[in-house]
Design a protein around this ligand. Structure first.
Ligand SMILES: [Zn+2]
Ligand SMILES: [Zn+2]
Ligand SMILES: [Zn+2]
Length: 265
């Protein structure tokens, strides 16, 4: 069998095939919170992969979005988050603890994918990506979507296009004990008032904000902001809870955020 090489770095370990037919490794990109494969998938709105010619999918509903797939030790089967939730068997539920996507890394150790040790520069990746012929897309808003998948992929594609404008992601750390953050129920929604140590430039009314309670630093980046909203429980594994919303007012050091319903805790 011909050995497959990563399109970005040439690595031959930790290689999977993306839905577009290209091969990528699960090695790192310097200073990015996301591996080479996920980076390629994000910038192209690709969601499915295969290994050794087998498309990785939920064994019950055939969902192929890798952000949604879970597996258990020593089994080649995957279950998607949705089917996993519907399992009546408690033991099955507890066994499927592994997810393909783990805080920006891709780990598929029920197949012999392996781990790439390669680490490349962002410039190199962007350069190679810009040389791929761009796929023609017909992803435009439609009056009617024939499948849920079509709807989701259209939405994801459009939101990625929208995010491509040059807006940096800012991370702010607050300490609970100083009571810098106040949750308040107002009518039908919850509003959070955040008092910052110092005024932070670049925060504007209507900006999107993600508030995580505990967990690792630096989990949010320009590259994974969409995944975070769709699958917060996967990305913020070590956080107690995660809220998201939009800034409704920003005066000096006080920022008010109105919470959306994408949250868990
Ligand atoms: Zn691809
Ligand atoms: Zn690579
Ligand atoms: Zn499923």
């Amino acid at each position: 069998m011909e050995e497959k090489h990563c399109e970005y770095c040439g690595e031959t370990t930790g290689i999977v095939q993306c839905q577009c037919g290209k091969y990528f490794c699960n090695g790192k990109i310097m200073n990015a919170g996301i591996c080479q494969l996920l980076y390629h998938m994000r910038v192209n709105s690709h969601f499915s992969i295969s290994f050794d010619g087998v498309v990785l999918k939920c064994s019950q509903c055939e969902e192929t979005n890798i952000y949604n797939l879970h597996y258990k030790y020593n089994s080649k089967n995957f279950l998607c988050s949705h089917c996993l939730k519907r399992q009546n068997n408690k033991i099955t539920k507890q066994l499927y603890t592994k997810s393909i996507v783990n805080e920006g890394a891709v780990i598929i150790d029920n197949y012999e994918v392996g781990q790439s040790v390669s680490c490349v520069k962002q410039d190199l990746v962007d350069n190679i990506e810009s040389q791929f012929p761009k796929e023609k897309t017909n992803k435009k808003v439609k009056d009617k979507y024939l499948t849920l998948k079509d709807y989701v992929q259209t939405y994801l594609y459009l939101s990625i296009v929208e995010k491509k404008e040059d807006r940096r992601v800012v991370e702010v750390e607050l300490r609970q004990e100083k009571q810098n953050i106040k949750f308040e129920k107002q009518g039908t929604c919850t509003v959070v008032e955040i008092n910052l140590y110092k005024a932070i430039g670049g925060l504007h009314v209507e900006d999107e904000v993600i508030i995580s309670c505990g967990g690792l630093k630096g989990m949010i980046s320009d590259t994974n902001s969409i995944e975070i909203k769709l699958f917060p429980s996967l990305i913020f594994k070590s956080s107690k809870c995660v809220f998201g919303g939009n800034i409704t007012s920003s005066r000096g050091k006080t920022v008010t955020v109105q919470l959306d319903d994408f949250l868990f805790g």
